[in-house]
Design a protein around this ligand. Structure first.
Ligand code: ZN
Length: 319
């Protein structure tokens, strides 16, 4: 650890996917999923964060806090309540990205009225579309955090008769002719599967304006959302539908230093051609009970230091 104190620090955790269910396996049948134990691992993370001195400024929950299993078992509300009760022990704000698993369990309207609706009262307004879970805030000058909604374009969590549902389904079918829309088999753009989603043009236009202002104010910006947006920090499938557009927006500005995502449980990292660090955090759900998967990020003027626990490695990210 550095001798000088950081400007601010925050906790990161991804893909808790809690369910009060026996262990299972992912779609490939290879990766074990510890549905019940994931809550214990989250509790371990919270305990470590509470003990941090100086205290953290906030925690970032990168999405998929409860598993889609809960919906089929009629346990969505109870599972979410248990996860939120663990997080409530933190004396600092928790910012929640919304992932596909939140949307398997809840409609967007329900999420907006739940404890996962984390837009601070004083936060600057989100995109004009309004229904989007995107906002930004400044934890300490000259830094800004932008939280993006990677499922603004998605069929998940939307009413089948809504225009956005129909638009998303049309786009998905255009790019993915498979019967199973969750299958990337044979696709030219394999990210076009139903378990991924997109930002959409309105949100990206808003994002562009936010970054323009940050450039003018010589800020450094940390961007986050559930889905990775760089192929080298992903497996080539787990990417936002319009990841190239999001990258173009970021690359047309000077201010972005880092993009934090979840969704891909094995994690990933790359430094892109414009010097932006892309960090995809390892998922709690596929972490054995004797290990851990969370981290604390200490932010300095010229770098971020990630102190990882368990499957999450330590990393120094220079700007
Ligand atoms: Zn996900």
């Amino acid at each position: 650890m550095e001798a000088a104190p950081p400007l601010f620090s925050f906790g990161v955790v991804a893909d808790v996917q809690y369910a009060d269910a026996e262990d299972g396996y992912d779609f490939s049948g290879c990766q074990r999923r510890y549905y019940r134990q994931s809550l214990t691992l989250l509790r371990n993370a919270v305990e470590a964060w509470v003990a941090e001195r100086p205290p953290l400024n906030f925690v970032l929950q990168l999405g998929d806090s409860i598993d889609g299993l809960n919906a089929r078992r009629g346990e969505s509300e109870g599972a979410l309540a248990r996860v939120l009760a663990v997080l409530r022990r933190l004396p600092v704000p928790v910012h929640h990205a919304w992932g596909n698993h939140e949307l398997y369990n809840f409609s967007r309207a329900r999420l907006a009225a739940s404890g996962l609706s984390s837009r601070p009262a004083g936060a600057a307004a989100g995109p004009p579309a309004g229904a989007c879970h995107a906002y930004h805030f400044s934890p300490a000058l000259p830094f800004r955090v932008v939280l993006l909604d990677a499922y603004e374009l998605s069929t998940l969590g939307r009413e089948p008769d809504s225009p956005r549902y129909r638009q998303s389904l049309r786009l998905l079918r255009e790019k993915n002719p498979n019967d199973n829309l969750n299958s990337p088999a044979g696709l030219q753009e394999p990210q076009f599967v139903e378990f991924n989603g997109g930002f959409g043009q309105a949100q990206l236009d808003w994002f562009n304006e936010v970054l323009k202002l940050s450039d003018e104010n010589q800020e450094k910006v940390i961007v986050t959302g559930h889905l990775p947006i760089h192929p080298d920090a992903s497996d080539g499938v787990s990417l936002a539908w319009d990841y190239q557009d999001a990258l173009s927006v970021m690359h047309s500005h000077q201010c972005v230093v880092c993009f934090l995502a979840g969704h891909l449980h094995l994690g990933g990292y790359c430094l892109d051609s414009h010097g932006i660090h892309h960090l995809t955090l390892e998922g709690v759900i596929e972490t054995p009970p004797e290990s851990n998967a969370f981290g604390t990020i200490y932010v300095y003027k010229d770098k971020m230091i990630l102190k990882g626990r368990g499957r999450v490695s330590d990393r120094v990210m220079h700007f």
